[in-house]
Design a protein around this ligand. Structure first.
Ligand SMILES: [Zn+2]
Ligand SMILES: [Zn+2]
Length: 357
């Protein structure tokens, strides 16, 4: 084993012990195994799914250290031949695939039927240090840890954009105003497409405008609202990024050719008959998008980091606030509150750590 630090025996983590019982405490550091490295976690984002985990649904078992959107520095390697990784910065693909099922054999790891997952099925990134397989690392250099921690939601967004084959001549409509919706908008913009964002909250629509998206109010008059800005009631490609019945139905009613479904459903989905007719009579394509590609050929993660590195996109304006992990209560309350937030990030090793970059 090669290492840059004396490996601590205990680390501070956010451990979910039961629904509504997230605890900041010390746990033992797991031992390194062949093919793994120890990552000093520098930034880990709070996902809306973490809010559901902590306050509504729980994790697959208790206790589980949550957090799946993280980045850090490699401070120890098990195998001496990987010593060149020491000191490197990495974002971490949080899915641990079985590598045996049919999906895995085709490198569609996100569709694996028997996977493990940092932060929901096994201990994750709200931890000062974490043992991670080398296979899951995506190295980066000139990007902040916070931006790199956003690689997870960004790869999900880029994956959805790719499902729709967006080009510079396209106009796309986003139904939804959350972080993933904004990220999808940024990637569509980066190829030159025109982006319209439909939402309900005034502050979110103001933000959409700041990003150069055309904001429209998603109310009962949404078709007219769309017509007011582009002269017609439909757009070729619509992304649904909410997952509610009303958002799914408005996405289908506004799409002419393709509806890309990204939002996770909150209940049984009921399609209005007219929208079902659109799928039949207008041959509207409904395309599901799940997670991101992490294959040797198609890799949304590598591509996101490259776009960040080339300054083709920047996520800095989507980082609402950065907290020291010990102030997690305040951070989770902010995300849960009615305030407009995008990504709130915790630093497990403190905000004043020497490794700002
Ligand atoms: Zn997430
Ligand atoms: Zn598999």
């Amino acid at each position: 084993m090669k290492k840059m630090i004396t490996i601590p025996s205990k680390v501070k983590v956010l451990n979910l012990k039961a629904i509504n019982n997230l605890v900041y405490e010390d746990i033992d550091v797991k031992a390194l195994e062949p093919g793994t490295v120890l990552v000093k976690v520098m930034a880990c984002g709070i996902c809306s799914s973490d809010i559901e985990r902590v306050f509504v649904n729980g994790t697959y078992h208790f206790p589980t250290v949550i957090g799946h959107e993280f980045s850090g520095r490699i401070v120890a390697v098990y195998d001496d031949e990987n010593a060149d990784l020491l000191g490197k910065k990495a974002a971490i693909f949080p899915l641990l695939p079985c590598k045996k099922c049919d999906a895995c054999k085709e490198e569609n790891y996100a569709l694996c039927s028997n996977y493990n997952y940092f932060g929901s099925r096994c201990d994750g990134g709200f931890s000062q240090y974490l043992v991670v397989p080398i296979w899951n690392l995506v190295l980066f250099d000139n990007i902040s840890y916070e931006e790199a921690a956003m690689c997870e939601p960004a790869a999900v967004a880029l994956h959805a954009v790719r499902k729709a084959n967006i080009t510079k001549d396209d106009t796309v409509l986003l139904v939804g105003t959350g972080t993933i919706a904004f990220l999808i908008g940024l990637f569509c913009q980066s190829v030159g497409a025109k982006v319209i964002m439909a939402g309900r909250r005034k502050e979110s629509l103001k933000m959409a405008e700041d990003y150069g998206f055309i904001p429209i109010v998603n109310d009962d008059n949404v078709k007219q609202n769309l017509k007011n800005v582009i002269g017609k009631e439909n757009v070729d490609t619509v992304f649904e990024v909410v997952g509610s019945n009303s958002a799914i139905n408005s996405a289908l009613s506004l799409a002419l050719k393709k509806a890309i479904l990204v939002g996770n459903p909150k209940e049984d989905v009921l399609l209005e008959k007219n929208n079902y007719w659109r799928i039949l009579r207008k041959e509207l394509q409904v395309i599901g998008s799940w997670n991101s590609n992490f294959g040797s050929q198609k890799n949304d993660w590598q591509d996101v980091l490259q776009m960040l590195d080339n300054k083709k996109v920047s996520f800095n304006n989507l980082i609402t606030k950065v907290y020291d992990m010990k102030d997690y209560k305040e951070a989770f309350n902010l995300v849960k509150s009615a305030a407009l937030t995008f990504k709130v990030i915790l630093r497990p090793n403190g905000v004043d750590s020497d490794e700002k970059r």
